[in-house]
Design a protein around this ligand. Structure first.
Ligand code: HEC
Length: 199
């Protein structure tokens, strides 16, 4: 083929690709403004959506998460500090030691793992640190690097990594964190609505 013909073919292919991208964006825009894209939280996340989100998250963590181990000493002071911070900031979504979800956790999209049951003990320190510090976009998982000190985040990471093998004092503190589940709230007698009692 003469050189000008080959150039013409390549130009056509590029133009075709650009038109396909433009058509794709056009269709996406149309679907969004017409309300055809799902925006509700009371649905099960489709497998493809989960796959893409997890791939993107793993890739960012691989690039950005600190590779150094936890700088804090594994002792009761740091563990119990981490447990208190967890109780105040995380249990509403990730549950207490009974692993039972709160109403907030049950209604989230994506679902928040109940960490007493699906823990992160086997994950790298730096990966857990990254998730707590930066949060996970388009899920309920907040970023805490604007509201907790670096040392506090590492205390929480220390607790999460050792949740299944806590020394006795820390274990006692963990079991004392009130359940996040509705029944426990009703059981403590500070609920008056009939809906609370029925659940
Ligand atoms: C408002 C709800 C909410 C709060 C509060 C919250 N999280 Fe999350 N968290 C989530 C959700 C939802 C996910 C799942 C994100 C996903 O599907 O990728 C998540 C994911 C995580 C993960 C990753 C779990 C895994 O299996 O990889 C960790 C670790 C975590 N959160 C720790 C924490 C800690 C520690 C706190 C408190 C300092 C906290 N979260 C507070 C909602 C929350």
């Amino acid at each position: 083929m003469p050189r000008s013909g080959a150039r013409c073919l390549a130009g056509g292919a590029v133009l075709g690709a650009l038109m396909a991208v433009a058509a794709g964006w056009g269709a996406f825009y149309e679907a969004a403004v017409r309300g055809w894209l799902p925006a509700n939280a009371d649905a099960k996340p489709p497998a493809l959506e989960k796959w893409i989100a997890n791939k993107a998250l793993d890739a960012v963590i691989l690039r950005e998460a600190p590779t150094r181990p936890n700088p804090l000493k594994l002792d009761d002071r740091n563990l119990i500090g981490g447990i208190r911070l967890y109780a105040a900031n995380c249990a509403v979504c990730h549950g207490a030691s009974d692993g039972r979800p709160s109403r907030i956790a049950s209604g989230l999209y994506q679902k928040a793992p109940q960490l007493a049951r699906y823990g992160v003990e086997d994950d790298e320190d730096g990966d857990v640190y990254w998730k707590v510090a930066h949060g996970i976009r388009m899920t309920g998982m907040p970023s805490f690097n604007g509201s907790l000190a670096d040392r506090q985040i590492w205390q929480i990471v220390l607790f999460l990594k050792n949740m299944d093998s806590l020394p006795p004092e820390a274990q006692k503190a963990w079991e004392a964190v009130p359940s996040a589940a509705p029944r426990a709230v009703a059981g403590r007698g500070n609920s008056t609505s009939s809906k609370e009692k029925r659940s």
